[in-house]
Design a protein around this ligand. Structure first.
Ligand code: DX5
Ligand code: ZN
Length: 222
């Protein structure tokens, strides 16, 4: 499967949100990555339902909603109703992760779990067959424009090995510090969904950057 590109709307110009959503619509991007931060789980506050609904109004591609919030269970149905297609909750924020994953599926969405940089992938072994995607954080969550943590590559390789035995069609998404400099290595390690915020929105042409990220060949020997 060709890899997917999910531009992070967090790096968009919120005063020109419709323009940036339409740029993504017309580009080769596959999903909209929507970062919701509550100021408790992470030391930053991004946006909530009104902004997400505004994105949904114009977006013509799936919304990949990354919940960096405590107590996500409380809001699963509302995020589904607001237009989420994929819902990611953090492993570190869920006491009853299996129940949360069931609730995401019951709401009609794909279920995904995010791991912070310090959380080992092995902790997902007994729930992997229930997941559609795992999001591996390659920075500490909370802000765009941070530097990629190299150990992420080991985690992706290990998760791809685990998933080959348990769930071979697992999406593995990487989020944080992704750009042209590390895309080939991430794909070779086994990732197949790449989130990029700063790399896309700070580029001279965000549309061309999306095309370039999409065209990286992960099978090529580096
Ligand atoms: C960070 C967010 C990311 C962020 C990525 O907490 O989850 O999605 O927007 O931004 P870049 O690509 O700039 O690191
Ligand atoms: Zn994110």
């Amino acid at each position: 499967m060709a890899h997917l590109i999910a531009p992070s709307v967090l790096s968009a110009d919120f005063a020109n949100l419709q323009r940036d959503v339409e740029m993504i619509n017309a580009s080769q991007a596959d999903w909209f990555h929507v970062d919701v931060m509550d100021g408790v789980f992470v030391p930053n506050i991004s946006f909530g339902f009104p902004v997400m609904e505004a994105i949904k109004k114009y977006a013509n591609k799936p919304l990949d909603v990354h919940l960096m919030i405590v107590n996500p269970d409380q809001y699963i149905e509302r995020f589904a109703a607001a237009g989420a297609d994929v819902i990611t909750v953090h492993y570190e924020a869920c006491t009853h992760l299996h129940r949360t994953v069931q609730a995401i599926h019951a709401a009609g969405c794909k279920a995904s779990v995010a791991l912070n940089p310090h959380t080992p992938v092995g902790l997902l072994k007994d729930i992997l067959s229930d997941l559609d995607m795992v999001l591996i954080m390659s920075v500490n969550p909370g802000f765009g424009g941070q530097q990629f943590i190299p150990n992420t590559l080991h985690k992706i390789r290990k998760l791809r090995e685990m998933s080959a035995l348990i769930k071979s069609d697992l999406f593995i998404e990487v989020d944080g510090g992704v750009g042209l400099h590390n895309t080939a290595a991430l794909l070779q390690a086994g990732a197949n969904v790449l989130v990029a915020g700063n790399a896309i929105f700070a580029a001279p042409s965000p549309t061309d950057m999306i095309t370039e990220l999409k065209q990286v060949d992960g099978s090529a020997v580096q």
